[in-house]
Design a protein around this ligand. Structure first.
Ligand SMILES: C[S@@+](CC[C@H](N)C(=O)[O-])C[C@H]1O[C@@H](n2cnc3c(N)ncnc32)[C@H](O)[C@@H]1O
Length: 241
């Protein structure tokens, strides 16, 4: 039984949108940024942040993603059939050690909504808002928590899953999925929206770890900056799950 990957993440490659974000951060602030990478998987984005010289706190609820272990890896054949193979996966910790980048990172196998009261120059999350366990927590509350983690003049970048069809919302939970034009309403006051892109239609995603079937997603991305003199009482939010 071979290991899945060492240097390459088991979640694929970093996309160009992420590199655009890195370039933006580089031009904005230069070095020594403190980053919160929430839903960090096996360090997919943590490692490029560390390579930039940033200091990273990386959170993921999934122990195997952080520390490695056995997973069911979907293998897709040419005819579209999918089978699952049991493999060993390197976690974020191994991958960061291989790259000798461990000095500037702290890994937390914790739910970010219940912990973390520090503030960061950058809060980054790729699709970390939709976990079913937190579907009873109002979306607004989860986003308020994330907003509280951003320093004044700091940046938050969220990629989020949207309702597949805004008109047919029967089977989806509004605390897990975002409607078209909803996300911007959470950043009305004290925030500058630097970019906002939302898919109009669904895209089909190939099977991946954690979702072994071809599936549909509709995705949004927002990049915001917290204005200076943001109200201090927004700091220190803890959500009891
Ligand atoms: C849905 S996955 C995103 C990865 C997906 N395969 C992709 O690239 O689009 C989100 C990750 O965030 C983590 N996560 C979700 N909610 C979290 C929370 N409240 N605290 C810490 N990690 C969380 C999950 O464990 C998961 O690894």
């Amino acid at each position: 039984m071979g290991a899945v990957t060492t240097r390459v993440s088991s979640f694929g490659r970093v996309n160009t949108t992420f590199y655009t974000l890195l370039k933006f951060l580089d031009e904005k602030d230069g070095k020594n940024l403190e980053v919160c990478d929430f839903g960090c998987l096996d360090g997919l984005h943590t490692i490029p942040f560390l390579k930039k010289g940033y200091i990273v706190d990386a959170f993921d609820m999934n122990e195997i993603y952080l520390y490695g272990g056995h997973i069911q890896l979907p293998i897709v054949y040419e005819d579209g059939q999918v089978t699952l193979q049991r493999r060993t996966m390197y976690g974020a910790e191994d991958r960061i050690n291989i790259e000798k980048l461990h000095d500037k990172v702290r890994l937390y196998n914790k739910n970010i909504f219940e912990c973390c009261n520090r503030q960061y120059d950058v809060v980054y999350s790729k699709r970390g808002l939709s976990r079913e366990e937190y579907s009873h927590i109002p979306m607004k509350r989860k986003i308020e928590k994330l907003k509280s983690l951003v320093k004044e003049d700091g940046i938050m970048y969220l990629e989020y899953l949207m309702w597949l069809d805004d008109k047919n919302t029967d089977n989806l939970n509004s605390n897990q999925f975002i409607k078209q034009c909803e996300m911007q309403t959470y950043f009305n006051e004290g925030w500058e929206i630097l970019s906002l892109v939302e898919d109009r239609n669904c895209i089909v995603e190939s099977p991946h770890i954690g979702n072994p079937e071809f599936h549909k997603h509709r995705v949004g991305m927002i990049k915001v900056r917290k204005e200076k003199n943001y109200k201090k009482e927004h700091f220190n939010i803890n959500i009891k799950v």
